[in-house]
Design a protein around this ligand. Structure first.
Ligand code: ZN
Length: 232
């Protein structure tokens, strides 16, 4: 395979951070593919967002099914009986929306997929600043997993984390620079899976704070307003 060093796979959820990463990858590699995991998340809107954005970005989207997380349950994103948290992220507490093992599995499957295609770059939107307090979004976790993948697959893949040290406001400014704002109008972030977003869950609050501090309107909310005024 030619130029395989210049290819990348993006772990893509259709959310704000992975959309920014998709455009980051487009700007940094000659060829990019996205992987969306249908892991039994309650909100089907995520898949719709991912399909729409991949189309806008002109990126091949692969959808992989992992029903196991629903069988395991224990997270408000996979179990309808558990309520999503409300309000700002609480420091030092892993919230009920945490899906244990999710990023470890996504990146491991992503690496397995990349292995078969001889692609040596994997991109993920994890962030340890302004984050949801998920332990699998930390730099130390990613570095350790990169090493485990190397040992377990004899495959030197690099896991890129362009947002790891950025605040949400810095991530918004980066999205603007990369030309990702139009795509962000279709990204989905809300834990409650509603459109328009609920505005009350920790994910909505983090997103709103980021756009406010960056001094830019959220394209998703702008699109919502436009749709509302059209239906009047
Ligand atoms: Zn919300």
């Amino acid at each position: 395979m030619k130029n395989s060093k210049n290819k990348a796979i993006v772990i893509f959820s259709g959310g704000q951070d992975s959309t920014t990463c998709l455009y980051w990858a487009k700007n940094n590699f000659d060829y990019v593919e996205a992987l969306f995991f249908d892991y039994g998340q309650i909100h089907k809107i995520e898949k719709k967002s991912a399909i729409k954005i991949a189309k806008l970005a002109n990126i091949k989207l692969n959808i992989l099914d992992i029903p196991t997380f629903t069988q395991i349950g224990g997270s408000s994103l996979t179990d309808k009986n558990l309520k999503n948290p409300i309000g700002e992220v609480k420091k030092n507490i892993t919230p009920i929306s945490f899906v244990p093992g999710r990023n470890l599995i996504f990146l491991t499957f992503g690496a397995a997929y990349a292995y078969t295609k001889k692609i040596y770059n994997l991109v993920t939107g994890v962030c340890e600043t302004d984050c949801s307090n998920y332990p699998d979004c930390r730099n130390a976790t990613i570095k350790s997993l990169e090493k485990s993948i190397f040992l377990g697959m004899d495959f030197k893949i690099k896991i890129h984390t362009p947002l790891i040290k950025l605040t949400k406001a810095q991530a918004v400014i980066l999205a603007k620079k990369l030309g990702a704002l139009d795509a962000l109008a279709y990204s989905h972030t809300c834990y409650n899976g509603t459109f328009p977003p609920c505005g009350k869950c920790p994910a909505c609050i983090l997103r709103a704070n980021g756009f406010e501090k960056a001094g830019l309107p959220d394209p998703l909310l702008e699109r919502t307003k436009k749709l509302k005024s059209r239906s009047k």
